[in-house]
Design a protein around this ligand. Structure first.
Ligand SMILES: C[S@@+](CC[C@H](N)C(=O)[O-])C[C@H]1O[C@@H](n2cnc3c(N)ncnc32)[C@H](O)[C@@H]1O
Length: 243
């Protein structure tokens, strides 16, 4: 028995890997998260049962119950696809699911996906490591295990780009800590909402305005000198809205 832990990319089926698309098309059963695009789900064969185990932030569709479901399905179906948004191992608890399955004797194959942490900025026209502006990118969550806060002060580095996932609710606190850590108040920030969907929207501003910037979930936040770059790319998704 085996389970395929598949990255669904940021939303649009065009951004799936070929391996992901092939596995979806031949799946016997699919267990998926909440932020999976409709056109991605449309690739699943009609006869294959689908389980939506999407977890709203702060609610409990317990991870233990998901693990149990996966193990149960793995004993009943040949090809179980566990579909997760973006990349399965960038947040989203893919590692925990893989460990739980392995521990119960189920083989797991991981299929990397295009993560929103990189696709979001790219689709907003932001190259996260633009030469001369940033020598690296740090991807971090705004919400640690059990809702605990992440300390952003040590992450304040004007030479690095920060990409923050799950940071919308705490953006005022995050900005305050980054300012306390030494980032300049006029450090550019951007928020990419619903990247790779028809409703994609880009908000831009300064770090000292981040708390007041109107941002809706799901969004990837960018902090750093690259965030106000505007390359004038063709926009495939949504509209480029300025704050
Ligand atoms: C639990 S994490 C999962 C990340 C996922 N594994 C990935 O690689 O993109 C969920 C967070 O990812 C970000 N996210 C996911 N899809 C997004 C999208 N289409 N546009 C912007 N942000 C997205 C949001 O910050 C959201 O709160």
């Amino acid at each position: 028995v085996s389970v395929y832990l598949v990255g669904a990319g940021p939303g649009d089926a065009d951004l799936l890997t070929l391996r992901a698309a092939r596995l979806l098309a031949s799946a016997d059963v699919v267990v998926h998260d909440r932020l999976i695009g409709e056109d991605v789900l449309a690739l699943i064969p009609q006869h294959a049962p689908r389980y939506d185990v999407g977890k709203l932030p702060g609610t409990s569709h317990s991870q233990a119950a998901i693990n149990e479901l996966l193990v149960d399905l793995a004993t009943r179906y040949e090809r179980v696809v566990r579909l997760k948004g973006g990349d399965p191992f960038l947040f989203g608890r893919g590692g925990e699911e893989a460990l739980a399955l392995k521990g119960l004797g189920v083989d797991v194959e991981v299929v990397p996906g295009v993560t929103s942490a990189l696709a979001g900025p790219a689709l907003a026209g932001v190259p996260v490591t633009h030469r001369g502006k940033s020598f690296g990118v740090t991807i971090v969550t705004g919400r640690a295990r059990d809702g605990a806060a992440v300390d952003f002060r040590p992450l304040a580095n004007p030479d690095l780009t920060l990409v923050i996932l799950m940071g919308v609710a705490r953006r005022a606190l995050i900005a305050a800590e980054l300012l306390e850590g030494g980032l300049a108040p006029d450090t550019p920030v951007a928020a990419i909402e619903r990247a790779a969907s028809p409703d994609q929207r880009v908000r831009r501003g300064r770090l000292d305005e981040l708390g007041r910037l109107e941002v809706e979930n799901p969004a990837a936040l960018i902090v750093g000198a690259v965030a106000d770059l505007e390359l004038g790319l063709l926009a495939r998704y949504g509209a480029f809205a300025e704050a």
